[in-house]
Ligand binder design. Structure first.
Ligand SMILES: Nc1ncnc2c1ncn2[C@@H]1O[C@H](COP(=O)(O)OP(=O)(O)OP(=O)(O)O)[C@@H](O)[C@H]1O
Ligand SMILES: [Mg+2]
Length: 338
């Protein structure tokens, strides 16, 4: 019988690289610690930047194969005609350009873990071959005559809904069930805004060592960023921290230092107006003004960039800003750069 009182806190200690105190992240660390020791296939499912690769590396590190290789391959990024030789390797002369024989990622991952990233983007023809390998635990190099036994743990990851891909015929059902032995969902950042302060601090510390500077945030920054929707999740947050490090150096970061799209409370004033009347001219005018304000805001006041967003000439935009009195500093927190 597993000791429930000991396991959770120990698992929390074991996966310290996964930052966050939200229930979803505590549960994630717990799940990773439990599944790591079992030699089962794991499927990590989550939006871009939620930490799928980080989780895969943690599972590998905590597994009995932790000292072995961790070999990632992005199944969506490699052209389909190259994917087979990337995965299974090839023999000399197997195809034009195969001037010497080469191991594939399966062989490179012997005794360790193969991380099949973006598995949902794998072409159907490759899915058949992968399924056969997972069933038989043997590979054959392209152009090879004999099969090689493989001892590899599979961790797959996807940002897309594989069940839907199966129902649409884009993903093989049999492969889906083979990979989905142990699914682990990665929670999006917007569902755990309470983790943002801790993530900001930890990531600032991480980059601080790299760039030799320190970054501190005011509590208002935490509040502001907690309202943002974070489509790029933790990766986007990490990019923001690095950007702030370049802009702010050793300063304390307040809300006015955040790029426009992260100043959520400002943006609330930029919603398109709702209309009670049916006066077409009045509606068109207020909509035009609101769109121009929004484009300027999202472009940090850079007029040329705002004009591109609006798909109009820069000179036309300058003219309109003059007409609507939008060039003054009071209209926005930033001065527009013409
Ligand atoms: N919970 C977390 N704690 C600390 N860092 C995190 C966390 N989640 C993600 N990160 C960091 O965010 C970045 C993106 O993570 P990762 O590459 O694992 O995401 P992903 O889901 O694989 O993204 P993509 O789908 O874009 O490939 C990395 O720098 C990673 O270290
Ligand atoms: Mg990834």
């Amino acid at each position: 019988m597993m000791d429930q009182s000991v396991l959770p806190s120990r698992s929390q200690q074991l996966c310290k690289e996964i930052v966050g105190q939200s229930p979803a992240i505590c549960q994630l660390r717990d799940t990773i610690a439990r599944v790591a020791s079992k030699n089962v296939s794991v499927l990590l499912v989550g939006e871009s930047g939620t930490g799928k690769e980080l989780a895969a590396r943690s599972i590998h590190r905590l597994s009995p194969r932790g000292e072995g290789p961790f070999v990632p391959i992005n199944c969506g990024a490699i052209p389909s005609e190259l994917l087979e030789s990337e995965l299974f390797g090839h023999e000399k002369g197997a195809f034009t350009g195969a001037i010497s024989s080469r191991k594939g990622r399966f062989e490179l991952a012997q005794g360790g873990t193969l991380f099949l990233d973006e598995i949902g983007d794998m072409p159907l023809a490759m899915q058949v071959k992968l399924l056969r390998v997972l069933q038989e635990r043997c590979i054959e190099r392209v152009g090879g005559m004999h099969s090689v036994r493989i001892d590899v743990r599979i961790i797959a990851a996807t940002h897309c809904d594989l069940e839907q891909a199966v129902s649409e015929g884009r993903f093989r059902e049999d492969l889906y069930y083979r990979l989905n032995v142990f699914p682990i969902p990665l929670p999006p950042l917007r569902e755990r805004p309470g983790d943002i302060p801790l993530l900001l601090t930890e990531i600032a510390q991480r980059f601080g060592q790299l760039h030799h500077c320190k970054l501190y945030f005011t509590p208002e920054v935490y509040t502001e960023l907690s309202e943002y929707r974070w489509p790029g999740n933790v990766r986007e947050l990490a990019n923001l921290v690095e950007r702030l490090m370049v802009i702010c150096g050793d300063e304390i970061v307040d809300v006015d230092k955040l790029p426009a799209k992260y100043r959520v409370s400002d943006n609330k004033g930029l919603e398109l107006p709702s209309h009670d009347s049916m006066d077409l001219n009045e509606i068109l005018l207020s909509t035009e003004v609101a769109l121009i304000k929004r484009a300027l805001h999202e472009s940090d006041g850079v007029v040329a960039q705002a004009a591109r967003k609006l798909n109009i000439q820069r000179t036309t935009l300058v003219e309109k800003m003059r007409k609507y009195g939008l060039g003054k500093k009071s209209e926005s927190v930033v001065e527009y750069q013409v």
